[in-house]
Design a protein. Structure first.
Lengths: 423, 423
């Protein structure tokens, strides 16, 4: 009779962050690891994954908040993984421990997927005087603000004051800024116009989109920029390019060339920077603060620390991959495969990035799409809009969320946006 | 050539409150008044009508908030009526003026439909230490609280503390208390159980329902009380009858007979009292503070002031009609008919109250229904559940809301409740 083999304790895997990178990595681990091989704990300060590409639609009443919030326990519990809702406060690479608001966790393998936060590039007044569109609370705040403004403008008899209160400035003409501006105008033209008969939606309302670059969507194919530009003009959105913002005061955007733009609503969609916890982690960083990883997502060449998503600097053609959901979603399965291999002592494989293309929504039945794998084919109009909708409907996780998304899109399209100013 | 008849200025009608009474009255006026006959202004502090009978389902994640919030401008704008989102601060019956946070409004005809607020019956600590279920903000607060509690209980290793944190006390076994208790248990048994594997839902969780009366649903047919009682027992809800609460402290309910019941969550569904603005209005009141009206809804016999809904005392068989949505919905069309007649100088008609019956939901596929017009027929189980669902689906106003309601009910039934703890 042979002695039973000594039972190896399961490897402790801790994943920091339930954004696109962390969530899709956990889903990858579920497919690749047996329950007795590893104990997986996902930590996030929220109990849900936020589907950020559709967040702007919450601001403009096209979707209710719960459509874009996927419960993280739905991804962990069926797999036998653990979930901890807590704020990560420290990462000790040497002692292999993660500090949280609810105590310390030891790990054997760590995955840093802490994501990014809004970047104000040090411009004074952004945090105090502009609304952000990064988290669900931001989107709900913006929506309530817009509805409040129309409610008070409806009874404002002074034309000058009414027009100032109905001026909206969006700073940053990346995908979030462009999609938000376009959707905001749709909210006005197709829903608010019907219920605010005392407001002249042509003369009284103004939407401005400001960017420091020489075209909208500066990170995308120039043909998409041209499609977006035409559509924004159609929608009577004033686009101010080559315009650098020097300061944002209460109700006023100050530009570098001395102009002052007044608006009751100022939205900041200027970009993102790495999660503020990352600088404190003892790992090599790139110039922009992201954790430098090798082609297997290892930080500092360590097998026990992987980083991916917005918090990681994965070099590709001499630059870091962009901080986009698309990149995180492509990285996560490869990182999960490597992590499972590391747990088993098997060899890891390099990740090869293959860009898929870009999509931008441009309001009712309009969009732009570029397909990298079809030789850079660019389409617009209803076909692109259909691709956009189908793409996000399929990417959204969970039957519950998908059902809500589909129905609310249909209802918002045909029966009008959500304008009850609920708490 | 005859001189043109002098143009009579339109009658100024001001309606206070967009609850069931005010909203359905406005809808009645739309059908009965020509645009040049009267100028109608509806005032509410929210821009939406809250469908209170389904509010408890927001607390228990069966419905998202926007399902039960109907934009009031959807009822006023198409009719050419005005809407003012403001708090009513004063009513001057003599000078025919309404004071609001946004200034004074004169009226020719006033409709007081100011509704009710939570009644704590002077019991100390209710406001500070118990959660209410009257407004949308209450329901969302309760839902977030329940989700937070399960999240922290999931990592609580001390069994005694875990059990105390998972004890829920609902005070008041009227329809709101009964439906909430039953739905809360369904949330646990069908959704939370699957995502909190570390919690023992039989041993660790306790739901208590307390009432001072000798049966649940004391205002309904005793056969409905019996149906509800059986179902609550099936759902392992402990019902404490003949139990008077003397005080509510932080996490503790003190009863008149000296018992102390500890619970992390205490919900107050004890009943309602008239809107606190009503006492300041110079009109005769009933003992419970409601405005006494005659059988044409006239207050103090005045043609220029009608009152209805929870704020009005309409005598029927020697008692005031109950403060229920059902009563307000029956009163409103009759009041609208009389108001249109008053505007035209035509005779008004008395309102005859005909009770329809009662409905109570008792969780998944269970309910009780009593039909007053079918000789008091009482049914239960799946047939009553179907009646309950169809009834509320039809009563809800607006295609947008109805679409959401139907789909979210189906999704919550088959794919689980909404458990993303969104802000």
């Amino acid at each position: 009779m042979s002695r039973p083999a000594p039972v190896k304790p399961p490897t402790q895997i801790v994943v920091l962050g339930g954004g696109f990178a962390g969530l899709h990595l956990v889903r990858g681990l579920e497919k690749r690891l047996h329950r007795n091989e590893a104990s997986v704990t996902l930590i996030d300060r929220q109990n849900y994954h936020l589907f950020t590409p559709l967040l702007y639609q919450v601001s403009t009443g096209e979707l209710p908040p719960h459509a874009v919030a996927y419960p993280l326990r739905d991804a962990t519990a069926p797999a036998g993984f653990h979930f901890l809702q807590s704020e990560v406060t420290a990462v000790d690479i040497e002692r292999r421990r993660v500090g949280t608001a609810d105590g310390e966790l030891p790990y054997d393998n760590l995955v840093i997927a802490l994501g990014s936060v809004t970047n104000d590039y040090g411009i004074p007044g952004v945090r105090e005087n502009a609304l952000a569109v990064k988290w669900l609370a931001d989107a709900e705040r913006l929506k309530r603000h817009v509805l409040d403004i129309f409610e008070s403008a409806a009874t404002e008899t002074d034309i000058a004051r009414r027009r100032e209160s109905l001026t909206f400035i969006i700073v940053g003409a990346g995908p979030v800024g462009v999609e938000l501006a376009s959707s905001l105008r749709d909210l006005m033209d197709h829903t608010l116009r019907k219920i605010y008969p005392s407001i002249d939606f042509h003369a009284d309302v103004a939407v401005h989109l400001i960017d420091s670059g020489d075209r909208v969507l500066p990170a995308m194919d120039p043909r998409l920029s041209a499609i977006a530009m035409r559509r924004l003009e159609q929608q009577r959105i004033r686009v101010l390019l080559n315009t650098l913002v020097s300061e944002i005061g209460p109700g006023v955007v100050q530009t570098k060339d001395g102009a002052q733009l007044r608006a009751r609503t100022i939205v900041w969609s200027g970009g993102v920077k790495v999660n503020p916890l990352v600088p404190s982690i003892d790992l090599p960083k790139a110039k922009d603060g992201r954790i430098v990883v090798d082609d297997r997502f290892r930080a500092d060449g360590r097998d026990d620390v992987l980083a991916l998503g917005d918090a990681a600097y994965f070099e590709h053609n001499g630059k870091g991959l962009p901080q986009l959901a698309q990149v995180a979603v492509l990285e996560a399965p490869a990182a999960a495969r490597n992590l499972a291999a590391l747990v088993r002592g098997e060899p890891t494989e390099p990740f090869v990035y293959r860009r898929k293309g870009d999509l931008v929504a441009l309001g009712r039945t309009q969009a732009g799409a570029e397909f990298a794998k079809l030789g850079g084919l660019v389409i617009s109009g209803l076909p692109a809009w259909t691709v956009w909708r189908v793409n996000y409907l399929m990417q959204l996780l969970g039957v519950r969320n998908r059902g809500t998304l589909l129905v609310e899109w249909v209802l918002s399209f045909f029966a009008g946006r959500l304008v009850a100013n609920t708490p």
